[in-house]
Design a protein around this ligand. Sequence first.
Ligand code: UDP
Ligand code: MG
Length: 151
Amino acid sequence: MAIEQTLILIKPDGAARRLTGLTIDRLDASGLEMVAAKMISVTEALAREHYKALSDKPFFENLIKYIRGEFHGIKDHRILALVYRGENAIKTVRAVAGATNPEAAAAGTIRGSFGRITTAGQFENVIHASSDPADAAREVALWFKKDEILP
Ligand code: UDP
Ligand code: MG
């Protein structure tokens, strides 16, 4: 099986609800290796580029506000971005994360344990995880410079 890299973002609800440590604990338990980590200010441009495939969705504008921390009072729009590496890393992290809709996410997954749907219909699901190899390559390169990732 191929060694893969995948991008993870601890979303603003995760940070605001003090779930950063718990989330990393579950990622570590997967046996994958953390090879990059940084706090980064999510500019409007970065948010729109990251989620550009969803730009025609009705929830898109709120998604941009959400990932920039505007619903959770996140100072300077900062979030924790991580890269994990290992065999089958993309699917492994998606499995640990759980389904997109927190209501549908299995018990014991990060989203199943900690996610919620707001009364406005926003999915607050604690974590972003790349969904396939093409997305993972694009997203890792978007959020990290080469020399910020361990060889
Ligand atoms: N999202 C939402 N409502 C939806 C679908 C998605 O609020 O009906 C948000 C949610 O935060 C999700 C993000 O948009 O994580 C990106 O959606 P995607 O379909 O890529 O899901 P993911 O890859 O995060 O599981
Ligand atoms: Mg996605």
